[in-house]
Ligand binder design. Structure first.
Ligand SMILES: Nc1ncnc2c1ncn2[C@@H]1O[C@H](COP(=O)(O)OP(=O)(O)OP(=O)(O)O)[C@@H](O)[C@H]1O
Length: 339
């Protein structure tokens, strides 16, 4: 059993959320202060993460971090961690050697999102529909963004334990008559429809093209931002239906995840897209699909659903963990490097 000093990180701590497109950092100087947010950087602008951290953080502050806790989108195995959607390879041993750090922990990006939903501030979430949080019950976070991330958060032995997985890749099948009209036109992955084929940025386009094809119309909108913008303004009927179906399918998968984790502590929608289509998620479709889980609809009505509107939710989760690691059951074996 590790002792308390093994679990904590020496301050100042640099926390970072390294996405496929953007990397966001903040500095935490002690356990009580607010994290000082740094200017976000684009991963494409720097050849390596060490160069990005040196030039855009360390050269611009007099605070020398002693630890770094970074959340990355990609599998964490061994001493070389490639990012899923970017060219950087994270080499924690190089970071220790070249950036003057003593302690580096790398976790999964959706683990960080799960840490953020342990105790979100009221102003950081918006409730969609009814239900109420049951304290210390399991929670789930789903994030439609570049992909569809999913993680659970389970309370046990006085700590919140994030449970990252590949929940975005569950099967998604047709249920309504309209679904059966649209499904033949959806692009599958190796012959099957996974959640992530629809419930992410490129998935919006997949769904939009299928809706247009089912209607026998040309797909005229160029990208997912055009589809969601035209849907929210009501300017394009196929876009309106696309976003309505997106909300329905997200509700179905969110409901499935709630059932798997018995998430009476709440289901949270993170990811860039949830914030961008919030008015559509507040309409009846998302919540109706979430609750439509016979024989458990009565149970589902009691489970609250929220959109996370904190612009840097993963960083807030990392900050909570960095302050008091012992409140969280984050496995560090094979993911922590120390000098
Ligand atoms: N207005 C919009 N409507 C719908 N989708 C959008 C919109 N703007 C961006 N997207 C899509 O959202 C996805 C990016 O989501 P998100 O901002 O959550 O990024 P991410 O997965 O966290 O990765 P990163 O942090 O690297 O950006 C992309 O597929 C992008 O095309």
């Amino acid at each position: 059993m590790p002792n308390a000093s093994d679990q904590s990180f020496p301050f100042p701590i640099l926390i970072g959320d390294i996405g496929g497109t953007n990397a966001r950092f903040a500095l935490l100087t002690d356990a009580y202060g607010e994290p000082r947010q740094l200017e976000p950087i684009r991963t494409g602008d720097f050849a390596t993460i060490e160069e990005a951290m040196q030039k855009s953080i360390l050269d611009k502050t007099s605070v020398q971090p002693r630890s770094a806790i970074l959340a990355v989108a990609g599998p964490i195995k061994g001493d070389e961690i490639p990012l899923t959607n970017a060219h950087w390879v994270i080499r924690p041993k190089d970071m220790l050697a070249s950036l003057g750090l003593e302690d580096v922990l790398i976790i999964n990006d959706f683990e960080a999102q799960a840490l953020a939903i342990a105790a979100p501030a009221d102003q950081d979430v918006v409730q969609i529909g009814g239900g109420a949080v049951r304290p210390f019950n399991s929670r789930v976070v789903l994030g439609p963004g570049t992909g569809l991330g999913v993680a659970g958060l389970v309370y046990a032995q006085h700590s919140w334990i994030p449970v990252p997985g590949e929940g975005g890749h569950v099967d998604l099948g047709p249920r309504t008559e309209r679904d059966f009209e649209i499904w033949p036109f959806l692009e599958p992955i190796e012959g099957r429809m996974a959640g992530e084929q629809i419930l992410c940025g490129r998935g919006i386009m997949n769904l939009y093209r299928a809706v247009c094809a089912a209607n026998g119309e040309a797909a005229v909108l160029a990208d997912q931002a055009a589809v969601t913008t035209s849907a929210l303004s009501g300017a394009d009927a196929a876009a309106v239906e696309t976003v309505s179906l997106f909300a329905t399918y997200l509700g179905r998968v969110a409901g499935d995840m709630a059932l798997i984790f018995m998430a009476r502590g709440g289901v949270f929608l993170a990811g860039g897209i949830s914030q961008k289509i919030l008015p559509a998620l507040m309409k009846p479709e998302f919540r109706a699909a979430f609750e439509d889980k016979a024989p458990h609809s009565a149970l589902m009505r009691t489970i609250p659903t929220f959109a996370v509107i904190h612009p840097m939710a993963a960083l807030s989760g990392l900050a909570a963990f960095a302050r008091t690691p012992r409140d969280f059951g984050v496995a560090m074996e094979g993911r922590r490097w120390r000098r």
